[in-house]
Design a protein around this ligand. Structure first.
Ligand code: NAD
Length: 244
C-alpha cells in the first residue's frame, strides 16, 4: 500500500515542488489549496503523470474548521496520512513602527496557528497508526530575525518551538517531527523583491546563488523517508550557508 503525503499550500512554489517530488517517490498525494486557479490544474496534471493518487482539498489553514474538514476528506479517501508537510505561509512585511496590527495577526494566524490547526487534526490518526512524519516549513529568519519581518520571523520562530515540543510529545509513538528552514528560495514570495535587494542577498550567501524549490523539496523527501528514522526535533537549514 502506498504512503500518503499531505502538503498544505501544495499548488504553488515550494509546496508544489514538495508534492511533485513525493509523487515521483510513489506517495499518494493530498494537497490543500486556498483558491482554485490554474496552479491547481497544473499540479493535478503533473502529479497524475506519476501514476499516483491525487486529491485536492480546499481550505484556509488559519481557519480551524476548514482544517478539520480537509483532514476528514483525506481520511475518507485514503484512510491515513503518513506524512504531513505544513508548508502554507504568507508574508506581510513592514517595519514594526508602520505595521498594522491586522498584518501581524494575519501572518501569525496563517503561518503558526495554521501549523497548529492542521497538525492538531492529523495527529490522532498518526498516534493510532504508531507512525508518522511531520515536516514544518519554517525559515532562517525564524532563527536570525529580519528587519521588516517581525510578524513573519515571530511566526517562523514559533514553528521551531512547536516542532521541538511536539517531537518530544510524540516520539514514543514513532512520530518524527522536524522542520526545514529555507533561506532565500526563488518563488512568487521572493519574486516580489527588487533586483537590487536580491543582488545584495546573494552577496551574503556563501554558495552565491538563490536556492531552488528542489533544494527544499529534496530535504523534505529525505525527512519523510526511511533514511531518516533517527532524526527528530531538528531544524535543517537549506540556505546555501547564509546563516553560518
Ligand atoms: P508561495 O507564495 O509561492 O506559496 C505559498 C503557498 O501557501 C501558496 O500555495 C498559497 O496559496 C498557500 N497559502 C497561503 N495562505 C494560505 C492559507 N491561509 N491557507 C492555505 N494555503 C495558503 O510561497 P513559497 O515561497 O512557496 O513558500 C512556501 C513556504 O516556504 C512558506 O511557509 C514560506 O514561509 C516558506 N519559506 C519560503 C522562502 C522563500 O524564499 N521562498 C524562504 C523561507 C521560507
Amino acid at each position: 500500500m502506498s504512503k500518503v503525503a499531505f502538503i498544505t499550500g501544495g499548488t504553488k512554489g515550494i509546496g508544489k515542488q514538495i508534492a511533485l517530488t513525493l509523487a515521483k517517490e510513489g506517495y499518494d498525494i493530498a494537497v490543500n489549496y486556498r483558491i482554485a486557479n490554474k496552479d491547481l490544474e497544473d499540479t493535478k496534471t503533473k502529479i497524475e503523470e506519476n501514476d499516483v493518487k491525487y486529491l485536492a482539498v480546499q481550505g484556509d489553514v488559519s481557519n480551524y474548521e476548514d482544517c478539520e474538514k480537509c483532514v476528514k476528506k483525506i481520511i475518507e479517501n485514503y484512510g491515513k496520512i503518513d506524512v504531513l508537510v505544513n508548508n502554507a505561509g504568507i508574508t506581510k512585511d513592514s517595519l514594526l513602527l508602520r505595521m498594522k496590527k491586522e498584518d501581524f495577526k494575519e501572518v501569525v494566524d496563517v503561518n503558526l496557528n495554521g501549523t497548529f490547526n492542521v497538525t492538531k487534526n492529523v495527529i490522532p490518526f498518526m498516534m493510532k497508526a504508531h507512525s508518522g512524519r511531520i515536516i514544518n516549513i519554517s525559515s532562517v529568519v525564524g532563527i536570525s530575525g529580519n528587519a521588516g519581518q517581525t510578524n513573519y520571523s515571530a511566526s517562523k520562530a514559533g514553528i521551531i518551538g512547536f516542532t521541538k515540543s511536539l517531537a518530544k510529545e510524540v516520539a514514543s509513538r514513532n512520530i518524527l517531527v522536524n522542520s526545514v528552514a529555507p533561506g532565500f528560495i526563488e518563488t512568487n514570495m521572493t519574486d516580489l523583491l527588487k533586483d537590487e535587494i536580491k543582488e545584495n542577498i546573494v552577496k551574503q550567501i556563501p554558495l552565491k546563488r538563490i536556492g531552488k524549490v528542489e533544494d527544499v523539496a529534496n530535504v523534505v523527501k529525505f525527512l519523510a523517508s526511511d533514511d531518516s528514522t533517527y532524526i527528530t526535533g531538528q531544524i535543517i537549514n537549506v540556505d546555501g550557508g547564509m546563516l553560518i
